[in-house]
Write a protein of this length. Structure first.
Length: 293
């Protein structure tokens, strides 16, 4: 794969940022690409990056790191839809974890739910994604399953993972939803604890149950992938997809999946495009339903 630049549409430390930098490092370490640059272009909860991608139509050196959260924001801000770009590949899926500071009084998810159900007890919920993003959606869907009114869900948005970690450690929020890999070092260091995991299986090295193990009928997985601007050639698109497919088969990438608690979710080209179209419809309907709750 010849030289590429991967644009991250939010600040350093976010899930998008971690994914893009892991893709870039692995492409270079395995010799699949000579030069891969990653740069951050935050703004408008990710849609500034989407606008930049569309503006650079035909630029076959530019990729956009994106995922579920950007799909939602294009609905909420009525901007360029993700289906207008060139789909390359969905790379990973990731469960969400519910995090608390190490000394939080919430020892279990039941402890949290007891307070969350009580309208007289303020529970500050946080996330590193904007409203409509995966952190927010995971919490809102959990509230829906628990029968907790949306009015009882005080969601505080932090733009990216770095801001969210500070808010948790300084106890400016009580609980945060996050991608499982984003704060793994803080969990390993004992700064944070995990109350529950939204994926289908427990996570290796994390002593926390899944929601289903707790009797809650909810499973939620975030996903991330890469887009190219419209107007690139078919041959360049195939070159980029071939490079990402080779990346996916390397031991280095498999190790990165394990280290970050990511799941291989590779889906490329037209198949990824069909997934994006279905996801665009699904997320639009989900946001409309939650808005009415």
């Amino acid at each position: 794969m010849s030289e590429v630049r991967i644009m991250v549409p939010n600040p350093p430390g976010s899930g998008y940022d971690m994914t893009a930098r892991t893709v870039a490092a692995t492409l270079k370490d395995t010799g699949l690409a000579a030069e891969v640059d990653v740069f951050n272009l935050p703004g408008a909860a990710g849609t500034a990056g989407m606008a930049r991608l569309m503006y650079e139509a035909g630029n076959d050196r530019l990729l956009l790191q994106m995922g579920l959260g950007l799909v939602a924001r294009t609905h909420l801000q009525d901007t360029h839809r993700i289906t207008a770009a060139v789909p390359l590949a969905r790379m990973v899926q990731e469960p969400t974890v519910l995090l608390v500071p190490a000394d939080s009084p919430y020892r279990t998810l039941d402890d949290l739910v007891d307070d969350w159900r009580d309208p007289d007890v303020p529970v500050r919920l946080g996330g590193g994604s904007s409203p409509g993003g995966p952190d927010h959606l995971a919490l809102m869907l959990l509230a829906e399953r628990l029968g907790i009114p949306a009015a009882n869900t005080d969601y505080i948005w932090h733009d990216g993972g770095g801001e969210m970690l500070s808010a948790l450690v300084e106890q400016r929020v009580d609980v945060a939803a996050s991608g499982a890999g984003e704060y793994r070092h803080a969990v390993e260091a004992g700064e944070l604890r995990v109350l529950a995991v939204t994926g289908p299986d427990p996570l290796p090295g994390i002593d926390a149950p899944t929601l289903r193990e707790l009797g809650i009928d909810l499973e939620f997985l975030n996903w991330r992938g890469l887009l190219a601007p419209p107007g690139i050639s078919a041959s360049r698109r195939e070159e980029l997809i071939d490079g990402l497919e080779e990346l996916r088969t390397t031991p280095e990438w498999r190790e990165a999946l394990k280290d970050n608690h990511w799941r291989d979710a590779y889906l490329a080209g037209d198949d990824f495009g069909a997934f994006l179209a279905a996801e665009d419809d699904r997320v639009g309907g989900l946001l409309a339903r939650l808005d009415k709750s």
